[in-house]
Write a protein that binds this ligand. Structure first.
Ligand code: PHE
Ligand code: NA
Length: 525
């Protein structure tokens, strides 16, 4: 077998790369959108409960599985699950368990990245449009909407925008971990933070550029005023947990285990995991919560925000159609502010997408022995296949324009993440063992995670919480509009998920048997 493993060159590089994979469009768009829809300030209750009972436990579990897997030469989740599950299961059962868990993880990663990189492309295009002064003509929301729909329905513009972003991602990944990913994180993350801090400051001090009663602070207040009624709706809890998963990149394709696989045995895990979690939460709740909603409110007033809260307008669309005209209210600085906002989203997206493309790349590289410079391009093609339907649906000018995107986001971006997490917790705590995983978590650790937390919270409450979430999700969540295919592209989304599941199954099966086939066939544990 090939030994191509690297280690992170520096601790700060690791932290920035991990923060980079977590901090993404989820922080600056998805989070404020969910908060607006699910009770504002009250949403923070299910959100922070989920952080403590699901988010932090899963961070510890994924970091532990990942480093352990890396020490055995694996950057991919399936063999990681296998080598720990065989501790208590027969080899055959461990293999079956690992392949199913790994395949679902593959499905989430490859499906999410398709639409996610497409949206990154929108941001890249808008950043260039802003700085080149194109927004000056977009004097009202109607014109801005036309501009966006024209872009979304014009493959001559949206395909290159997507392709350039995908190319940047692939080129970084093909340069390996130290020279590609780590350097990119060290450059992009500081830029991202500076841009976000500037924008949050501008947003909160902007006042009321359009109507005196529409100030950004009013918008801020609108967002955070708690609506406790919403806590009676199970969807609020599902969406609180779902956002924790999405934003921390938990259960997405095995991203965190993959990055953790480039750690040394003597590197700290728990403090590093908590540090990256804190960076993500700061970027999400403090910065993400202070930019887009206050700005939208200041321009469009309560009605636009109410549409977002009622699920009539996606926050992603709102950012594309409502914000450009607002930036014009800033006069000459508008072009710069627009550039800051869309380039912030572009950087945030790129550093997340790099992570997931690296997962796929490392599978081809380490489990199939294909050189990284080719593996990265195979990953590129897989992402292309799952993302291109966003462009085709746009070009066909369907009513919804984003039915494929919404449906895939619902299943791969919310529901299946919980399933992957359940596999990981069961593998680490129950099959590997409380003692074994606890010990691995603490090799080289700077802090001690209380044993009771590991045993009772991570080992019992977290999986129960996950199961309740899944049950609720299946009982009520599938009623929502995004869950149902509304046009042919929704159905294509369903078909693509089935196809990718089967491809993932084949790839995962082969990968695991290539390395451990002998052992699995020989049998007993
Ligand atoms: N954590 C990312 C975010 O908040 C989500 C993500 C990660 C999406 C990796 C795709 C790939 O935006
Ligand atoms: Na995030």
């Amino acid at each position: 077998t090939v030994r191509t493993r690297e280690y992170w060159a520096t601790r700060i590089g690791l932290i920035l790369a991990m923060a980079g994979n977590a901090i993404g469009l989820g922080n600056f768009l998805r989070f404020p959108g969910k908060a607006a829809a699910y009770g504002g300030g009250a949403y923070l209750i299910p959100y922070f409960i989920a952080l403590v009972l699901l988010g932090i436990p899963l961070m510890f579990v994924e970091w532990t599985l990942g480093r352990h897997g890396g020490l055995h030469g694996h950057g991919y989740l399936t063999p990681m699950l296998y080598i720990v599950s065989r501790n208590r299961l027969t080899k055959k059962n461990a293999a079956a368990f690992a392949i199913i868990g790994g395949t679902i993880a593959f499905l989430t990663g490859v499906m999410i990245t398709g639409y996610y990189t497409n949206i990154i492309g929108w941001m890249g295009y808008y950043a260039t449009a802003a700085i080149s002064g194109k927004f000056a003509e977009l004097t009202d929301a109607t014109k801005a909407k036309t501009f966006f729909i024209d872009f979304l329905t014009d493959p001559a513009r949206n395909v290159p925008a997507w392709f350039i972003s995908l190319l940047v991602i692939t080129l970084i990944v093909s340069r390996r971990v130290r020279r590609g990913i780590e350097i990119a994180a060290k450059i992009m993350m500081p830029i991202l933070f500076i841009e976000a801090v500037i924008l949050a400051t501008v947003s909160l001090t902007l006042g009321a550029p359009v109507k005196p009663e529409w100030s950004t602070l009013k918008g801020f207040e609108w967002l955070w005023t708690p609506n406790f009624e919403k806590l009676k709706d199970p969807a609020t809890f599902i969406e609180g947990a779902g956002q924790i998963f999405f934003t921390l990149s938990i259960g997405i394709g095995g991203i965190i285990p993959n990055y953790a696989s480039y750690l040394r045995r003597e590197d700290d895990l728990p403090l590093s995991a908590l540090t990256t979690t804190s960076l993500n939460e700061f970027a999400e709740v403090v910065l993400g919560g202070s930019i887009v909603i206050p700005l939208l409110y200041a321009f469009g007033g309560p009605s636009i925000i109410q549409d977002i809260a009622a699920g009539k307008l996606s926050i992603f669309l709102a950012s594309m159609v409502a914000l450009p005209p607002l930036f014009n209210h800033l006069g000459g600085l508008g072009a710069l502010a627009g550039f800051l906002w869309y380039s912030l989203l572009w950087f945030a997206g790129i550093t997340s997408a790099i992570a997931i493309v690296n997962v796929l790349t490392s599978m081809f590289e380490e489990d199939y022995g294909i050189a990284r410079r080719y593996s990265a391009w195979i990953a590129f093609m897989m992402v292309f296949i799952t993302g291109v339907f966003v462009n085709i649906e746009g070009a066909m000018k369907t009513d919804q324009l984003t039915d494929y995107l919404d449906l895939v986001d619902f299943y791969a971006g919310s529901l299946l993440l919980l399933v992957v997490a359940l596999f990981e917790v069961v593998a680490a705590l129950w099959l590997w063992g409380i003692e074994e995983s606890y010990r691995e978590l603490h090799n080289g650790a700077y802090i001690t995670v209380p044993k009771w937390y590991w045993k009772y919270v991570v080992g019992i409450i977290t999986p129960i919480y996950l199961i309740i979430m899944l049950a609720w999700f299946l009982a009520t969540g599938t009623e929502s509009a995004a869950a149902k295919p509304e046009n042919i592209f929704g159905w294509i989304g369903v078909a693509m998920m089935v196809i990718m599941f089967l491809i993932g199954l084949a790839l995962n099966y082969k990968a695991l048997y290539k390395r451990y086939g002998e052992e699995i066939r020989r049998g007993v544990s």
